[in-house]
Design a protein around this ligand. Sequence first.
Ligand code: AMP
Length: 258
Amino acid sequence: MKVISSIAAMQRQSAKWVCSGESVGFVPTMGALHEGHLSLIRRARKECKAVVVSIYVNPTQFGPKEDFSQYPRPRREDLALCRKAGVDFVFAPGNLYLPDHSTFIEESAVSQGRDGASRPGHFRGVATVVLKLFNIVRSTKAYFGQKDAQQVDVIKRMVRDLDVPVKIVVCSTLRDPDGLAMSSRNRYLSPEERAVGVEFAQLLQKAARLRANQAQWLQAQLKKVSGLRVDYVESAGNRLCAAIFVGKTRLIDNQQMR
Ligand code: AMP
């Protein structure tokens, strides 16, 4: 496994596979890897000749009061997990932005509402960094988790609208046995807070199985849970989506409705 930290070195490598035409699978991450990330990597491993994982905590997708500086960065463990999963290249740049960076990607339809409303500027940062990464890595496929449902919609729309030559593969959400969706941010939770997160996941799953009024029912149930603050509950297409705060930690999840 090769670890690459400069844009130029990554681009020298990607020029080779663009030339040879081999299939390359790309999994963009912010590190603090867990089984959810690994499921994306395994899928890429199965479908592509070479696998690239990026590890980069992207500053432009965090709000000024969010957890950018505290975000976990267990670099050594992450590299060990990548090596074990058969990753060929880890792209782990120190910084992706020049001091006078002034170009941003703004998707203006599916990024509205939900996380887009709660985290102003978040999807602008996501779309910008993902397009930069696509231009650097130049993979044939890129793998994203359904857990971040709105992010998937934004990336798919950007790829479609800007004719980016990459196929987006969406992978289902990996959960702990008690139902909590795996997330790097689960590391922030105390045992009591984690129990609230589990209740959230279980109520969301129950709500998604109802025949009607799923969002209203879930909103009402979540209100009764102490130690939990609802950010939003909304249906989007056939998915019931929700975000909550447990203490200072924000958790998001979604489930397909029946
Ligand atoms: P992150 O490191 O949080 O930016 O996530 C990197 C990628 O992993 C994104 O495409 C996420 O949607 C995906 N991901 C995160 N958690 C999970 C999970 N529990 N199951 C499946 N994919 C996930």
